[in-house]
Design a protein around this ligand. Sequence first.
Ligand code: TRP
Length: 338
Amino acid sequence: MTTVLTGITTTGTPHLGNYVGAIKPAIKKSKLDDINSYFFLADFHALIKCWEPDRVAQSTKEIAATWLALGLDTDQAMFYRQSDIPEIPELTWLLTCMTSKGLMNRAHAYKAQVAENLAENPEQGEADPDKGVTMGLFSYPVLMAADILMFNADEVPVGKDQTQHLEMARDIGARFNHHFGEHFKMPKTIVDDKVSILPGLDGRKMSKSYNNTIPLWLPEKKLRKHIMKIKTNLLEPGEPKDPNDSFVFDIYKAFATESQVNEMRTAFENGIAWGEAKQQLFEMINTELSGPREKYNELMENPDIIEKELIKGAEKARAYATPLLAKLKQAVGIRPIK
Ligand code: TRP
């Protein structure tokens, strides 16, 4: 059995890029017999960058409903909310005491903030390089290490920007093992280049931070409207178009079968109008999402179902976490008096 684990920070609304790049492949893989999946809503991570309570709560609800609507089998996979597992913050502390500050000084997210502070104030020597840096931001790789090591994950699928955090998780876990015995497996980073680069409306990677996303659960009409906004060039209907230089084609590829891709390639060469290509793209995406969309809307109207699923997931996950944490405490010397 291979244990695959990944977390989703609960600050945003799921978009097509999340779906194609992460959610769809994760759910598909979770159905394999030799895969043990852990998917969790990283709501403690959300607090690092988001101090809008309603947004955190709403995002948690939307992301949970999304995975359920898309057919995640919660009997087979573990699906839980990070904050429902009190063992995770406890483990975070044990690991924090095994983490050198110098390692955290090198974390990209922290360094980026420091660099920004210094750039704002280049010649002022007394400028505070740590302006706007909370301890949450600074030590967030330790929390992430606890997420992963808590369940002895073998594989962690993440975006490229997260690979450093995985190196740190291995570093921290290895140091704990070195001092207190072999408790943790070293998790492998899985970055899938092929699926992670769905372009957004403007052609840059689809991302909340670029404001170029197509939300996953738009009603049909709005979905069509968004797709019609994807940036194209000025070639007229009838003029041949280069599929290798088209965001419409790139997105089409992410949804279509091989033979559909080939047909569209020919249509491009034959000068399909942009409006027509986008219409076909819309129909393809809409066909795939219309069933799950109904399910999603139903779940959003029945939040108790979502809550129950998460409670069930937390119970299952804690069945693993509770005994492991007890062992770890024993190992570091936090023990009953005797
Ligand atoms: N930090 C990750 C991100 O921003 C989310 C995350 C939190 C995560 N904990 C994790 C991913 C553990 C993988 C494993 O994408």
